[in-house]
Design a protein around this ligand. Structure first.
Ligand SMILES: [Zn+2]
Length: 346
């Protein structure tokens, strides 16, 4: 019941009432109730499952699709969902529940359009890890490291470290990044030593031992902004001593600049190679997800054949998710009776 104690309302001064202090607006929570994030993600998954299971191409829409194909007007692969109410519930779980929770309990910036998918991913993962003691064991990289610090004297010190994503700059491919986990730890971690109640946060100067405690179930690579592109491999190996674990790609995001033409007409939320007269619009990102029909692009509620201009290499600020090969049988079941590969690139 502790969360009830933290419900607050905005206090404002009412100038028409002798400057009396009044309570305004709906009461809101300052901290999350128990398992708040787990239930948000669970509801989202449940609605996603329902929407995707009825999101196939219904026969009733075949004539519409045929008309679209004959006009060559749209590269849409699947028609609209059969049950719009399920779709709306999914939207509610994603926008009204999850995005609002990110705004309320992580950062106010989530109330604006746009944002950084890499931050949202990590915010959600840290919240889930905070609700479940074993979440980080499965989904984070967990190390026991012996190190010396740039700021602390003495050592070596020994500590456990845990982090959810690997930042990659494209200079090395993903496999080479995984082959040198010492370097990942050195570049992403800081000294946790407590100096009179203050955490040091110095750079790790040297690692003497860097032991991965268990193979994570999933690996999340996030690309830095303005860095070099690298090929996206379909599978990766993680080796620790004589043990080896294979990971296969589940999802990649595509992040790119959108454009207006010289008449301020938008080219839409699709990758477009700009002409000299084009004007910059906002940035956009959408995922390519492994489904029962291979990788497909999911862009603003519609399913497309992957854009081959984006499919092979990373884009700046994108995310790439791999899962243990043993789990490589759980994919969204997307029924793709009809394909229409976009002929004209915009
Ligand atoms: Zn230190």
């Amino acid at each position: 019941m502790s969360h009830l104690l933290t419900m607050v309302q905005r206090r404002t001064i009412d100038r028409n009432n002798g400057g009396a202090e009044v309570l305004k607006g709906k009461p809101f929570l300052l901290v999350e109730p128990e398992f708040y994030w787990t239930s948000q993600i669970f509801d989202l998954c449940k609605e996603y499952f329902k929407a995707s299971s009825v999101g196939d191409v219904p026969n009733t829409n075949l004539s519409v699709l045929a008309a679209r194909i004959s006009k060559g007007s749209s590269p849409v692969q699947s028609s609209d969902y059969q049950n719009p109410r399920t779709d709306l519930k999914l939207d509610k779980c994603l926008i009204k529940n999850l995005c609002t929770s990110l705004r309320n309990f992580c950062h106010g910036g989530y109330s604006k359009a746009g944002g950084d998918e890499r931050k949202a991913l990590q915010d959600i993962m840290y919240k889930l890890a905070s609700e479940h003691t074993d979440f980080a064991d499965h989904f984070f990289f967990n190390f026991e490291i012996s190190f010396v610090c740039r700021r602390c004297v003495g050592g070596p010190f020994s500590s456990k470290f845990s982090f959810p994503v690997i930042y990659a700059d494209g200079k090395k491919d993903f496999q080479n990044v995984l082959n040198d986990l010492d370097n990942v730890c050195k570049s992403q971690l800081s000294c946790p030593n407590d100096r009179n109640g203050v955490i040091c946060k110095g750079t790790l100067r040297n690692l003497f031992n860097c032991n991965l405690l268990q193979f994570p179930d999933m690996i999340f690579f996030v690309m830095l902004i303005n860095e070099e592109k690298t090929k996206i491999p379909e599978s990766l190996e993680l080796c620790v001593d004589d043990n080896k674990q294979i990971y296969t790609r589940l999802c990649s995001t595509n992040r790119f600049q959108c454009w207006f033409d010289e008449n301020k007409k938008s080219y839409g939320p699709f990758y477009h190679k700009p002409l000299p007269t084009d004007i910059k619009d906002s940035w956009h990102s959408y995922p390519s997800i492994l489904t029962s029909s291979g990788f497909l692009d999911f862009n603003n509620g519609k399913v497309y054949v992957c854009d081959d201009r984006l499919a092979d290499e990373t884009t700046a600020g994108s995310t790439h998710i791999y899962q243990k090969d043993v789990y490589n049988k759980y994919h969204p079941d997307v029924d793709t009776d009809i394909y229409l590969i976009p002929e004209v690139k915009i």
